[in-house]
Design a protein around this ligand. Structure first.
Ligand code: AMP
Length: 284
């Protein structure tokens, strides 16, 4: 597996693959890999001849009070996991490479970005869109893979890529969970043992809405209330930032749920802000 820390070396390799007629898949990440990342890598390997994984803790998607400094990192372990998942190249740029002095251009899709997570993280998706577009330009992938765990991010990136005629196919990959239902996240490492023990209740609450939906409930207000009532009893350490039942692809709020509806949520648990989402009509 190749490891690139500079742009010229990366670009030379990309050109040589292109000249040999190879297709390229990109998996953008912030590292500290878990099985969710590994699933994206394996999906990417099935979609293109060569897989490039970027590892970059992107400072511009963190707010001033957020956890940029504390964000967990383990580049050596990440490289081993990438190698084990048939990744061809890892791109690990430094912050000064992505944002040299004088950097002054930003990409944003405001109507999708300033809601849900964007309400408490106002510059977050601007940072995400900008770095992802830069990575697209550097790697020139045919396809890029993003996890459905970050449902709003996937919607924002699809919109950005569509609006700007970016020549990259955007593929989503299903959310990967621990056996007890907690969505895998690098930030789960912030949880204390007590918080970790309660964390699966986040998903159990969302499953409550799925169960009611299957039983015929369609009013999103009733579905949302059932989830909040469940959390109030079973998840007292969780502080809900938001819980919405939305049309999945458009992120529009709906009064009556249908087969496209998703419950999407962000909850503070100790130092961690956990996000999760489920398709209401999903089967157990
Ligand atoms: P991150 O390193 O957290 O920025 O995530 C990099 C990519 O991995 C994003 O596309 C995430 O949506 C995806 N991802 C993170 N956690 C999971 C998970 N539990 N299941 C599926 N994809 C995930």
């Amino acid at each position: 597996m190749l490891v690139f820390e500079t742009v010229p070396a990366l670009k030379a390799q990309i050109s040589s693959w292109r000249q040999a007629g190879r297709s390229i898949a990109l998996v953008p990440t912030m590292g500290f890999f878990h099985q969710g990342h590994a699933t994206l890598m394996r999906k990417a390997a099935g979609l293109a001849d060569k897989v490039v994984v970027s590892i970059f803790v992107n400072p511009t998607q963190f707010g001033p009070q957020e956890d940029l400094g504390a964000y967990p990192r383990d580049p050596e372990r990440d490289r081993a996991i990438a190698r084990a998942n048939r990744v061809d190249a890892v791109f690990m740029p430094g912050a000064e490479l992505m944002y040299p002095p004088g950097f002054d251009t930003w990409v944003e899709s405001p109507s999708l970005s300033r809601r849900l997570c964007g309400l408490v993280r106002p510059a977050h998706f601007r940072g995400v869109c900008t770095v992802v577009l830069k990575l697209f330009n550097l790697v020139q992938p045919d396809v890029a893979v993003f996890g459905e765990k970050d449902w709003q991010q996937l919607a924002v990136i699809r919109r950005m890529a569509g609006d700007l005629d970016v020549n990259v196919r955007i593929e989503g990959a299903p959310l990967v969970r621990e056996a007890d239902g907690l969505a895998l996240s690098s930030r789960n490492s912030y949880l204390t043992p007590e918080e970790r023990a309660q964390a699966p209740e986040l998903y159990m609450g969302l499953k409550k809405a799925c169960r009611l939906y299957r039983e015929g409930e369609r009013e999103t207000a009733a579905l949302g209330k059932a989830v909040r009532d469940y959390w109030a009893v079973n998840f007292p350490l969780g502080k809900v930032d938001y819980l919405h039942i939305l049309d999945g692809p458009s992120l529009e709020e709906v009064r009556i749920a249908d087969s496209r509806s998703r419950a999407v949520t962000a909850v503070y648990l100790g130092k961690a802000r956990l996000i999760d989402n489920v398709l209401l009509s999903e089967n157990d």
